[in-house]
Design a protein around this ligand. Sequence first.
Ligand SMILES: NC(=O)c1ccc[n+]([C@@H]2O[C@H](COP(=O)([O-])OP(=O)(O)OC[C@H]3O[C@@H](n4cnc5c(N)ncnc54)[C@H](OP(=O)(O)O)[C@@H]3O)[C@@H](O)[C@H]2O)c1
Length: 294
Amino acid sequence: MRILITGARGQLGTDLQRSLTDHELIPCTRDELDVTEKHRVYALLKDHRPDAVINAAAYHRVDECESHPDKTFTVNAFGPWHLAMACRMYAAKLVHISTNFVFDGTADRPYREDDLPLPLNVYGTAKLSGEHLVRSTWDRHFIIRTTGLFGHSGGGGKGYNFVEAMIRAGMERREVVVVSDQVMSPTATADLARTLGELVTTDTYGTYHVTSGGACSYFDFARTIFQKTGIETAVKPTSTESYGAPAARPLYTVLDNGRIRSLGIAEMPPWEDALDDYLARRAGHGEEAIGRIP
Ligand SMILES: NC(=O)c1ccc[n+]([C@@H]2O[C@H](COP(=O)([O-])OP(=O)(O)OC[C@H]3O[C@@H](n4cnc5c(N)ncnc54)[C@H](OP(=O)(O)O)[C@@H]3O)[C@@H](O)[C@H]2O)c1
């Protein structure tokens, strides 16, 4: 297949390029394709005629989004809408990446694909709008909700990924304070990219939850990162309320990967194994290699 990837410099965009080697790829950084530029989106699809587009572009600095709703909607809602309209015009499948932040986090079991979304912040509202605009524009879509991504590009758009942020903090401080009441599944973009590679070759369109296996709080995630890297910094738990970030966060956003299971696609490895692989690769390449495609 010929697959155009947006947000190609990001964590997922980078791992899609590493993973989808059986396909002809057209990776587009923001400089090459800004998804908010409708005419450019059409022009690129017209020129390249991809069989599929994977939209890994997003503006997701969640706290910043609260005070920049116009930009948040332009990138996360209208961007995917332009892509869906262009995909419809040129008959390309669209894989659009969404988020656990479409849910309010009050569930007492993992969220299923058909559970009612109810976002708590501007970012989640814009991402949910993007989902609706994709769904209502073009049937041949896959909407993929995922959580807590970590990948070797280092999370350029967001400014960090949690693993790198903790390692840096652990090397600089004696103690870090991390919320213990937000529970999700840390998810490796390397594994997510492989699953997307399988899904995109099918015609089983719709909404999917795709995460690494298992779940934990950010506090547990931080403790595990320190244990596995031998960093001796203490981790102190706090609550989301005490932490007092500008954007409200959903507390429990574990996603049931039921539809992926029902297709017979292999479930992704547990997050602890994915973290081992991430750290091994990090050690193998040296920190300076992170952020570049080998
Ligand atoms: N990271 C998470 O924890 C998380 C959790 C759940 C869902 N998601 C979703 O997963 C997807 C991938 O996330 P990620 O962590 O791989 O993100 P990322 O590393 O921040 O990459 C996002 C990329 O999008 C690019 N971008 C920003 N605005 C753009 C625009 N207007 N047009 C084209 N490209 C643009 C950025 O370009 P620059 O490099 O030039 O800034 C960046 O390379 C996103 O849809 C995100 O909402 C992420």
